[in-house]
Write a protein that binds this ligand. Structure first.
Ligand SMILES: *Cc1c(COP(=O)(O)O)cnc(C)c1O
Length: 220
């Protein structure tokens, strides 16, 4: 099927309250244009250089999400326009995003990345680490970021029960963190989980934002 057809089909299947991020990394501008013309406005990219090149030539009403590992020194390249950064895994990075957002007099939304998958990864907080970050009030002094939720990835496995149980853990952590640290903050509302192969499970477990690449644009 076409990119437009894929988007229409996925969107039709989404319950209310679930947002689709079209993950366009490694795909050419023409592919994004086709998605844009089908009505898609939220795109996810994972490399700073590639994001910069695409943002420069695509329409201004696109909401860009950065979903890849992010080095502090790359934040300034996207600070003028990035809508949401999904890959916050340290206080240092959060501080840098705040600093760069301040320079542009804007607020950048961020998601805290949680590591639940079995694979070894340098990225993402454990449940304990994210609680420690939020219990320390330092982040509250950061006026130009808005923590709008959590993101996590399940283990890459055929075992659906494993995937489901990891998404469930994320959802439980999300609910608990919201209750403890954001009780009066309706903006803390995003649980970004689910990709091409597992988004139906993620949605069943409470995802509010799915990040879909290959099911829209084909294999990379
Ligand atoms: C590449 C990527 C996706 C999309 O993966 P697909 O399997 O192609 O849907 C989603 N989230 C993150 C963080 C990614 O890096």
């Amino acid at each position: 099927m076409s990119i437009a057809g894929n988007i229409t089909q996925i969107k039709k299947s989404l319950p209310k309250g679930v947002t689709l991020v079209a993950v366009s990394k490694f795909h050419p501008v023409e592919a994004l244009t086709e998605a844009y013309e089908a009505g898609q406005r939220i795109f996810g990219e994972s490399r700073a250089q590639e994001l910069k090149a695409k943002q420069a030539v695509l329409p201004n009403d696109i909401e860009w999400h950065f979903i890849g590992p992010l080095q502090s020194n790359k934040v300034k390249d996207m600070a003028a326009y990035i809508h949401t950064i999904h890959s916050i895994d340290s206080l240092k990075l959060l501080q840098e995003v705040n600093k760069q957002a301040l320079k542009h007099n804007r607020i950048i939304q961020v998601l805290l990345e949680i590591h639940v998958a079995k694979e070894e990864s340098k990225h993402g907080f454990s449940a304990e680490e994210v609680r420690k970050l939020l219990a320390n009030e330092e982040w509250k002094t950061l006026t130009h970021i808005r923590i709008s939720g959590l993101i996590g990835m399940a283990t890459f496995t055929e075992d659906e029960n494993q995937v489901r149980s990891e998404f469930r853990q994320l959802k439980e952590l999300f609910d608990s963190i919201r209750k403890t640290y954001f009780p009066d903050d309706p903006e803390f509302s995003t649980l970004s989980m689910g990709m091409s192969d597992d988004y139906p499970i993620a949605i069943a477990e409470g995802s509010t934002m799915i990040r879909v690449g290959s099911k829209i644009f084909g294999e990379r």
